[in-house]
Design a protein around this ligand. Structure first.
Ligand code: NAD
Length: 453
């Protein structure tokens, strides 16, 4: 909501509808500290010690875990102390009784968390192979995280990393995921449990430029979320190919020039779109590493009134084109150096939404597509994941009627719409080398939207 007139109108409308004003979220800025204050690391055992060592800077590069982060870390809550973040390491749980100590210690600090505080849990995925008490404890953590998120105030977020059995807390995607969730890059990620499936991936040489040397294609990059993704990937060191339809050519050139990348005017529904993307990336930049399927359209209509044209147009752009492009890349032999596919879904793809049956089919389709595509990339260190935004302030959502739009903004625990950059930050994380152990997952960027909760 950069426009002050829109902001004032939306605040007035919000007041008329009886909503309390939202707390502005802190977002990434250059030279910002990773965490602005002391971090409380809760939990006992080797995993908690390793996480505390990583955060406090005591980790040794000899172990191959890279240098620590130089943060001030406490292991027990000090009375009257305000913390910037609380990390609860719960990977060793064997019974729900063991939730008491770490979680009640976390609870005692919550009122004192500063604005934009962070609560992050590290736990293990509950599976049918677990003993019932172990599965109960593990599954319980997920619901506690979602509950803390629903209770939190002041732009504080609560999220968890859920590690598959055997994945160490020092795995690149756990370390990278923890860093993402602690930082302002995850401002609109709230109430989410992000799975880490394997210990694959690599820590970047420079946390500020993890995409150095990588070439990334972003579709629908002329405006909105796509333009923000292009800027964010370029900020993180990538060379960006910005793709959009020829009619958006001027805006597209503007975005490509701003990120010192190149523009490719292309309708992604063209049968040879995959070949043209690859051809452009190889000819202009010598490689292709990351593909972000962001281009998308809506043709909303109640299902009972849906026309064939409305249905077909949305299927063609939002899912069929992605499947065709992926197929071309996967069979080319030129997309094999730890490649990343990140596709934009939507909370509508999880929960459905009135008037969006066609869109829901495609956004649910994206979730299925990445789950089934990830195994095809795993052998060469690749991943495919999705990001599911909730309500984001863009030209797409600006078309909604004012009252519906304002209600949509409030329908999440942070009580505001997200910004395109919030989606872009999640895409940048999933595109990074450190996210190599996250396979076929969907990360919601929705402020804990009640839709699809
Ligand atoms: P937008 O309409 O502002 O931008 C979409 C871009 O995609 C446009 O530049 C458009 O020209 C381009 N595009 C459309 N069809 C294309 C085609 N055939 N070939 C190439 N480019 C094409 O939309 P946005 O709000 O920035 O949304 C971006 C993505 O995020 C979409 O996939 C959308 O479904 C998804 N999303 C948005 C929201 C939100 O609240 N805005 C929420 C959930 C998901």
């Amino acid at each position: 909501m950069a426009n002050p007139i829109t902001a004032t109108l939306s605040a007035k409308l919000s007041g008329l509808l009886g909503f309390s004003p939202a707390v502005p979220l802190r977002r990434w800025a250059p030279d910002q500290p990773l965490v602005d204050g002391t971090v409380l690391v809760l939990g006992t055992g080797a995993d908690a010690d390793a996480v505390a060592a990583l955060l406090s800077g005591a980790a040794s590069s000899e172990t191959g875990e890279g240098p620590g982060w130089g943060l001030e870390v406490h292991r027990h809550p000090a009375p009257d102390r305000r913390y910037a973040a609380v990390v609860a390491v719960l990977t060793g749980l064997e019974h729900p009784d063991e939730l008491h100590a770490p979680l009640l210690a976390a609870a005692s600090t919550l009122k004192g968390l500063g604005r934009g505080g962070r609560v992050v849990t590290l736990s293990r995925a509950a599976t049918s192979d677990d003993a019932p008490a172990v599965a109960a404890a593990r599954q319980g953590v997920d619901a506690v995280v979602r509950t803390i998120a629903k209770e939190s105030r002041g732009g504080t977020t609560a999220n968890g990393l859920v590690l598959a059995e055997g994945v160490p807390v020092t795995a690149p995607s756990v370390v990278g995921g923890l860093r993402f969730l602690l930082s302002t890059r995850s401002a609109f990620v709230h109430g989410q449990l992000l799975a880490v499936d394997t210990a694959a991936g690599a820590l970047p040489a420079d946390w500020e430029k993890p995409l150095t040397g990588r070439v990334a294609v972003v579709t629908g990059a002329a405006r909105g979320i796509g333009a923000s993704i292009a800027r964010t990937l370029a900020r993180d060191g990538a060379t960006v190919v910005a793709v959009d339809v020829p009619t958006a050519g001027e805006q597209l050139t503007g975005v490509a020039n701003a990120v010192r990348g190149t523009a490719l005017q292309l309708d992604i529904t063209a049968p040879d779109a995959g070949a043209r993307i690859l051809e452009h990336a190889l000819a202009r930049h010598g490689r292709l590493d990351v593909v972000v399927h962001n281009a998308g359209i809506t043709r909303d209509k109640l299902f009972a009134n849906m026309t064939e044209a409305q249905w077909d147009a949305v299927i063609a752009v939002n899912i069929a084109a992605q499947l065709r492009i992926n197929e071309a890349l996967l069979t080319s032999g030129d997309f094999t150096d730890a490649p990343r596919i990140v596709s934009i879904s939507s909370t509508t793809g999880l929960a459905g939404n009135r008037g969006q049956a066609n869109y829901a089919a495609t956004k649910g389709g994206v979730i299925g597509m990445v789950r089934a595509t990830a195994p095809l990339l795993e052998a060469f260190g690749g991943t495919a994941n999705a990001v599911a935004p909730g309500f984001i302030e863009t030209e797409m959502t600006a078309k909604m009627p004012a009252v519906t739009r304002q209600v949509a903004r409030q329908l999440n625990s942070l009580q505001q719409g997200g910004l395109p950059v919030d989606v872009a930050e999640a895409v940048a994380f999933l595109s990074s080398p450190q996210a190599g152990g996250i396979l076929g997952r969907t990360l919601r960027v929705c402020g804990q939207n009640v839709v699809g909760a």
